[in-house]
Design a protein around this ligand. Structure first.
Ligand SMILES: Nc1ncnc2c1ncn2[C@@H]1O[C@H](COP(=O)(O)OP(=O)(O)OP(=O)(O)O)[C@@H](O)[C@H]1O
Length: 457
């Protein structure tokens, strides 16, 4: 059996006797007294498990241990401490949040050996999970739940087939991301991936956006312009929210998909274009066909292969992984003090239904980083505290009236967009503002709606 490596961090000084006992039990033990020594050893040996020895002094300096945990090394920690150290609230908090387990003096070596073995095994499982997530994530796409594994398999399959794909799923669940990964892994990956938001423009503008126009086609057409389909030549055209495509464009789009040619607005020649179409929708297009609002043949043409991205609440196993992934991604010098999520925060996230899916999770993690004044992000930082918890929280920062108004404006826009599933027209109607005003406000508050933009990737 391989020797298992163990790091023993003891800022108070070494405990040679303990290290010798552990060595006699088959552990290859390395010891560090200073933080930089510990870091160097971890970098060199990639331990799965470590021991931290706490001293008995009442006012022990916990900062080296806090700094070590804040590095979030992929390993499990076990604390060894004198019983009186547990009287110190800060020590208890540190143990609850950063350690796999703890033992008090006198150390029962059998029990410690058992815990170390467990922690080591757990670290290996976590590492496997991370590697799995990373292998799915080398395109930034994360997930380890069984339903997400199916999505990933479908993405791989779709990448190998050069046929149109229909990606379905709720708003913010990752449809565009799935489409991008399909493109990136397909034979077309060195050609453009062009995004068109089908509900963002009126019918005429959308026709020009998709098919382009010739000079003089309409007042203001001072020069010819290629449309998104031509811009995607050789690559992939991503039709976001295809269910919102104006009905009079169903036939022209179907014609393009069948004949692989387009005709610019005002043009008189057919231009051949080789483009793969990937479309996405949060609507039930089958139902729309049955209700006569979506062209049945276009639906057929768009969906020879389908990928369904489940809502986040249907794959709760992914929530913690995604939250940690995005926290790690966003953490920079300014937020270096944040070590992670409290167990209550993880629980609150796992219980929450995430109507806005991963986009909402990302926003909540960002918000939490700004709100968090502690080392550990709590439910209220994520805006997920129960009403009772929230009421008991004393505001640490008093808002100006202007800030409060802006916050309320942003919140009501987000809520309305969520309630209308990002339908800009409906949201604008409900908010009693024009679409243009709503776009302006979304821009001001950096709110992204699914049908709010079109553009080239
Ligand atoms: N599996 C994933 N792993 C990591 N990040 C993800 C994953 N899926 C989605 N995201 C992120 O979540 C956000 C929303 O994803 P995306 O825009 O693809 O959703 P969508 O379903 O297309 O949304 P909409 O319907 O509103 O257009 C993006 O920032 C994206 O990078």
């Amino acid at each position: 059996m391989d020797t298992r490596k163990l790091l023993c961090f003891n800022p108070m000084g070494t405990d040679d006797e303990l290290l010798d006992v552990l060595r006699s039990r088959g552990w290859e033990v390395f010891s560090a007294i200073r933080l930089d020594e510990a870091k160097n050893l971890i970098d060199a040996h990639g331990f799965h498990v470590g021991i931290v020895l706490f001293g008995s002094r009442e006012q022990a300096d916990l900062s080296p241990v806090q700094s070590l945990l804040a590095m979030r090394y992929p390993m499990e920690w076990i604390a060894l401490l004198p019983p009186q150290a547990l009287q110190n609230r800060e020590v208890c908090q540190l143990i609850a949040q950063g350690f796999y387990d703890y033992h008090t003096h006198p150390i029962d070596i059998e029990r410690l050996q058992f815990t170390l073995g467990h922690a080591y095994g757990m670290a290996l499982v976590m590492k496997r999970l991370r590697t799995q997530a990373a292998s799915l994530g080398n395109d930034g796409i994360i997930g380890c739940s069984p339903s997400f594994t199916k999505v990933f398999a479908d993405i791989e399959k779709a990448a190998g087939l050069d046929v149109p794909v229909l990606v379905t799923g709720e708003s913010g669940s990752g449809k565009e991301m799935a489409a991008r990964v399909i493109h990136r892994r397909s034979a077309r990956s060195d050609k453009p991936f062009v995004v068109v938001s089908c509900g963002a423009l009126s019918s005429n503008l959308m026709q020009s956006e998709l098919f382009g126009f010739e000079k003089g086609a309409f007042p203001g057409a001072y020069r010819s312009k290629e449309g998104s389909i031509e811009a995607a030549a050789g690559g992939t055209l991503f039709l976001d929210e295809v269910g919102e495509l104006p009905a009079d464009l169903h036939q022209p789009l179907l014609r393009f998909m069948r004949e692989k040619t387009i005709r610019r607005v005002g043009g008189d020649r057919d231009i051949p274009v080789d483009v793969r179409v990937i479309a996405a929708t949060h609507l039930d297009l089958g139902k729309a066909v049955a209700e006569g609002t979506f062209n049945a043949e276009l639906y057929e043409a768009l969906s020879p292969f389908r990928v369904h991205v489940p809502a986040l609440r249907e794959r709760r196993e992914d929530i913690e992984l995604l939250a940690k992934y995005y926290l790690d991604l966003f953490v920079n010098e300014k937020y270096r003090h944040i070590s992670g999520f409290t167990p209550e925060a993880v629980q609150a996230m796992e219980r929450y239904d995430w109507p806005g899916n991963i986009r909402e999770l990302i926003n909540r993690v960002r918000r939490a980083m700004v709100m968090c004044e502690d080392r550990w992000i709590a439910p209220q930082d994520l805006g997920l505290a129960s009403a009772e918890q929230a009421a008991s929280k004393i505001p640490s920062h008093v808002m100006t009236l202007e800030e409060a108004k802006a916050e309320a404006e942003k919140e009501i826009i987000q809520l309305t967009l969520r309630a209308t599933e990002n339908n800009i027209s409906r949201a604008a109607r409900q908010l009693a503002v024009s679409r243009m005003t709503l776009y302006r406000l979304m821009d001001k508050h950096r709110i992204r709606g699914s049908s709010s933009a079109s553009g080239h990737a």
